[in-house]
Design a protein around this ligand. Structure first.
Ligand code: C5P
Length: 210
């Protein structure tokens, strides 16, 4: 298909279930060529900084992301060109040396805490989704994940949540909810919302690609 790809933005707080929603959408479109771009992979490269300095970075602030590179890559994908997607290492707090070659697809899901916060990214999206989950569930999920998968201690997760994640969520993530076309309460297990979203995506695909 040579028509312009569609971009679906999926935002929401850390631990809200963005990845589950993304996977649920992905599973509904087995016959459609679709790819996922994680905004996290576009954290600014910090390899020039010592490890101790990287620990001090505020990873929940919009300026932590290299949205210029992200937009550049999205534009390439929209023009049916392949990209070299960065790979992010949460234990080292920086990009790794490797990249992943990504071929253009008909539908692109752009997932990340702050994808709706950046007006230039919003303008590229055909549909904007916000996954809205209570903070107690988000902190529990984040704690399990960061300890099991991102090499963190309980103390560091709590400290980061109270001092950085929570205030940044209130300042930047939550306010961007107003830009969403669809707000999904309780994330990826809200099957009614996923069904509605899937129907809408199908109609956009039909409109755009017919
Ligand atoms: O997958 P999720 O949306 O939770 O990823 C975003 C979170 O990753 C941010 O809230 C940020 O605090 C965290 N992060 C981190 N360390 C990094 C990069 C991101 O804890 N080096």
């Amino acid at each position: 298909m040579s028509k312009k790809p569609i971009i679906i933005g999926v935002a929401g707080g850390s631990g809200s279930g963005k990845t589950t929603v993304t996977r649920a959408i992905y599973d509904q479109f087995k016959d459609t060529s679709m790819l996922v771009i994680e905004q996290d992979y576009y954290y600014k490269d910090q390899s020039h900084l010592p490890f101790e300095e990287r620990l001090k970075t505020n990873y929940d602030h919009p300026l932590a992301f290299d949205n210029d590179l992200l937009r550049e890559d999205l534009n390439k994908l929209l023009n049916r060109q392949s990209i070299e997607k960065p790979v992010y290492n949460y234990e080292m707090h920086t990009r790794s040396d490797e990249t992943i070659s990504v071929e253009p697809k008909d539908v692109i899901i752009l997932e990340g805490i702050l994808v709706l916060e950046d007006e230039r990214l919003r303008e590229m999206m055909d549909i904007k989704v916000f996954v809205d989950t209570d903070s107690d569930l988000r902190i529990i999920r984040r704690m399990m994940r960061d300890i099991n998968e991102r090499g963190r201690s309980i103390e560091s997760v709590i400290d980061q949540y109270v001092n950085v994640v929570r205030p940044m969520h209130l300042q930047f993530v939550e306010p961007a909810k107003r830009y969403a076309d669809i707000i999904i309460p309780e994330g990826g297990h809200n099957y009614v919302a996923i069904d509605l979203l899937t129907t809408k995506i199908k109609s956009i695909i039909e409109d755009k690609h017919s």
